[in-house]
Design a protein around this ligand. Structure first.
Ligand SMILES: [Zn+2]
Length: 249
């Protein structure tokens, strides 16, 4: 679908112009439009032999920290090679227009902050951040070593990426902020997310149950689609800029 062919219902335009509290939840689809491969799709070459949980779980890290560290180093390099797309920048525009705006993301690539969004709730962490596996101290810099995983300067524990792994809970402060935002917003956008990964998927339903208008932008239908008030199938990088232009242009 080409963006020019998107028909935005006039009531949605009116709603957006009058809203004071908007939440946008983004998932892997938004990053894929920047050319970033998903975790599974990125498992090529020597990484193809592993199940995702063998590269992204506390047990895997305990078993072979260097393997996991190297996988994430490789992912970090892939992230460095991509840039925010028009959908990311449209969300920056929306943040400027809406008095209370929250961007909740399942993506760990940091592209929303790179685009310029200020209010970003990172449900699954951020691959660019590194922290101690033992004492949780964050660090911006570390010495890369071919032989071993860098260690914490404070307690000598192993450093690990600050991302949520299989079997780990989401960061409590981020999850609480996301739930609060979803329960109190006027409009909830679900963008580029399959709507099956919990608890993120439940946020849209929480917003819907509290009377918010739910807008879904995704390549294909999801479990949320039947409940959504407005559904647009296509690329967020085409639909969102067009919508911003229609509402505030
Ligand atoms: Zn430490």
């Amino acid at each position: 679908m080409h963006a020019d062919s998107v028909n935005f219902p006039p009531e949605l335009i009116t709603l957006l112009r009058g809203t004071s509290k908007l939440v946008a939840l983004t998932g892997a689809g938004v990053s894929q439009e920047s050319g970033l491969r998903t975790f599974r799709d990125a498992q090529t070459g020597l990484w193809a032999q592993y199940k995702p949980e063998e590269l992204a779980s506390p047990e895997a890290f305990a078993r072979d920290p260097k393997l996991i560290w190297d996988w994430y180093a490789w992912r970090r390099e892939a992230v460095k090679a991509v840039r925010p797309n028009a959908g990311h920048y449209a969300l920056v525009e929306i943040e400027k227009k809406i008095p209370e705006f929250s961007l909740i993301t399942q993506n760990v690539d940091g592209l929303h902050r790179m685009a310029g969004n200020q209010q970003v709730i990172e449900l699954h962490g951020n691959i660019q951040r590194v922290r101690c596996a033992d004492c949780y101290t964050f660090t911006e810099t570390w010495e890369d070593d071919i032989e071993s995983v860098p260690r914490c300067r404070k307690c000598n524990g192993l450093l690990r990426p600050d991302v949520v792994w299989f079997g780990e809970s989401l960061p409590r402060d981020q999850l609480e902020a996301a739930v609060e935002a979803a329960r109190t917003c006027d409009i909830f956008f679900s963008i580029g997310t399959s709507g099956v990964v919990q608890p993120a998927a439940s946020l849209a339903f929480a917003a819907h149950n509290r009377g918010a208008a739910v807008v879904e932008i995704n390549a294909e239908p999801t479990p949320l689609t039947p409940k959504a008030d407005y559904v647009f199938h296509g690329k967020s990088g085409e639909i969102l800029p067009e919508l911003v232009k229609m509402v505030w242009g």
